[in-house]
Design a binder for this molecule. Sequence first.
Ligand code: TYD
Ligand code: MG
Length: 474
Amino acid sequence: MPKPKTRYVCSVCGSAQPKWQGKCPDCGEWNTLVETIIAEAPPGRVGSPSASPAGVGPLALPDIAADGYERIPVPIGELSRVLGGGIVPGSVVLISGDPGIGKSTLLLQLCAVLAEGGTDRAGAGRGPVLYVSGEESASQIKLRAARLGIASPNILVLAETHLESISAHIEKTQPRLVVVDSVQSIYSDAIQSAAGSVTQVRDCAAALLRLAKSQTFPLFLVGHVTKEGAIAGPRVLEHMVDTVLYLEGERFHSFRLLRSVKNRFGSTNEVGVFEMAERGLVEVKNPSEAFLAERLPNAAGSAIAVTMEGTRPILVEVQALTSATAFAQPRRTGNGVDFNRLLLVTAVLSKRARVRLSDQDVFVNVVGGLEVEEPAADLAIAAAIASSARNRPVAADLALIGEVGLSGELRSVGQLSRRINEAAKLGFTRVLVPKTVARKLERSPAGLEVLGARTVREAIEMALVPAAPGDEAG
Ligand code: TYD
Ligand code: MG
């Protein structure tokens, strides 16, 4: 056993320094270096399952066998899509998100569907599914499982935080899938620093990862996030694993988005949409429909934007409210929109479209807890604000797509035809887009009329309809 040495490990980026310093030279954060005793571990190999076995020299490209890894199918479509179409055996997935967002629920549901599926070749002949919980007791997990209607004898629950015991159980049970909830709660005797410390988290994760690679079972790790939203513990965790997923959503809304920020076996553009219901996370197959379900057509201050979540167009309702300010400086408040874009849009509206906002507080909200940061939503934001300020609704059958420029001009955005198709699918009959692209879009999807506007001022005139008191049509 090589002798341990003292290092100063940054709790933000995980870099190790020989001497203590006030500022981490790698990430520039202050006061993050922690004295840590490091036992030099034998150099372990950390790589993807397809990495060549030790001793094989370099190969010419044509001589390398095409990778034939067979994915384990995941019957939860939204999850499968985000993973890149199933689970690659031996792959390691880190899933993180705010406390209470539904990580444990999602993983227990994954265990349930994989415990049942014995037909796939990749997972055939393998043992049970192993759910290791370092935070909750086995009976707490049982309670959650009961709520989710899960009672498979093929799911083993292990309430354990000791790495060596976990490894022993994995060796013994030969599981087809292992979930570790959470990686921050695991500690190892071989590491001489406090449980939960950067070194512990990093080295325990590395040990589990090596086990997953050598025994080719897929491993799902739950990772906590810090207040700032980064995965707690060293950044190296994200570099080590194959896939990093974030489960996001607002606490008080039921929609949850599963996003991949890194994926060695798939695209990082995919987003899965779920809804937290009474019995766990339910897939939302048609997000646009869900996000528009409670819309009041013909209400002033509401407009429909078409935003892209990865490669998927989603229709969302943008709501705005303007009200006379009680302050010297009127306030702008945005929820689900990019604050700087909101300021830009309100300034352009005042200056270029003669919407008087200098004495008005402006509140903008994206319904359903979705975050819309794309400039493509500018036009809908502008229309919603103008609609509230003038107390005239936006036409109920109209979707709005376009970026607003500083001169008040409308600018085109990417993937326009996909967005328009989605609007047509949802029953919208007209779509308002920048004039430059409207001309090119003569053949629009069946029945959809494409309107073009050159400026935001023109667009607002076209979008707003006269207020009709008592008109409940929709
Ligand atoms: P959980 O999976 O424990 O979150 P995490 O592991 O990310 O901390 O989910 C906790 C929340 O989800 C909790 O507030 C209750 C809610 N929930 C439901 O609404 N329905 C359900 O079926 C379950 C199991 C949980
Ligand atoms: Mg949990």
